[in-house]
Design a protein around this ligand. Structure first.
Ligand code: ADE
Length: 237
């Protein structure tokens, strides 16, 4: 069946186009993905639709009430396999986590705003996730990151299965550089080996460029990249 995302947010209209356009929209039409958007304000429990209150102990900003999140989650017609809170204080999202989440059937993503949620929401969720070491104004863009990274791992969502078999992070290395026409552009050519038909030479060239790029841009990825003796020798050169 489709991978089902339930998105809980104060700004459902911020995420709606995301679930309707481009590859995600196509995957929904094809029955590979399913999205539903839930406005936390519908669960405010007061006629002013107010979902937040001032922090105990004082200080700036407002805190989203835990009972609002509780009601919003309880109102989901089907209980999800995972309930993920987006917060800069969560576990850092990476390709391995994306692969793990892509195995599930139904993920709920809870987007924060303002100063954050009452700390007790922790007991309502299965994990807290951060998309990186920076603070955004809300969790919506973070939820969009999770959706993008997880959805493309489901069979059929991206046309060509090969495009993620050998992409960055699946191989443990950054991607090798790609080229298309024109063969000459502003004095910059295309490597000769790619214009010939020696497929073994092309494969080796691409692997070497991926190694070289990873060494110069992201050396932290190399220890877990599963290098062959040939790779290690190539890196020394
Ligand atoms: N909300 C605000 N910043 C965030 C981040 N870096 N990751 C997840 N959710 C967030």
């Amino acid at each position: 069946g489709p991978l089902h995302f339930s998105l809980l947010t104060l700004f459902p209209e911020l995420l709606r186009p995301f679930t309707q356009e481009a590859l995600l929209g196509r995957a929904v039409t094809a029955g590979l993905l399913k999205f539903d958007l839930h406005d936390l304000r519908e669960h405010a429990g007061n006629r002013w639709r107010k979902v937040d209150d001032s922090p105990y102990g004082g200080g700036a900003g407002m805190v989203i009430r835990v009972d609002v999140v509780e009601r919003a989650l309880a109102a989901l017609p089907v209980q999800p396999d995972e309930i993920i809170l987006l917060t800069p204080a969560g576990k850092k999202f990476d390709q391995k986590m994306a692969e793990e989440l892509a195995e599930k059937n139904h993920l709920a993503l809870v987007c924060g705003r303002y100063e954050g949620f009452d700390a007790r929401v922790e007991s309502l969720v299965t994990r807290e996730v951060s998309v990186g070491d920076y603070v955004m104004m809300g969790g919506e863009a973070a939820a969009a990151c999770i959706v993008e990274a997880v959805a493309r791992l489901r069979p059929g969502v991206i046309g060509d299965e090969r495009s993620w078999q050998d992409d960055s992070y699946s191989s443990g290395l950054l991607d090798y550089p790609e080229y298309t026409r024109p063969a000459q552009w502003q004095g910059q050519g295309v490597p000769e080996v790619l214009q010939g038909g020696n497929h073994a030479a092309i494969t080796r060239w691409r692997r070497d460029r991926a190694l070289e790029r990873t060494l110069s841009r992201r050396p932290d990825l190399l220890p877990s990249a599963g290098l062959t003796p040939h790779d290690s020798a190539a890196l020394v050169d």
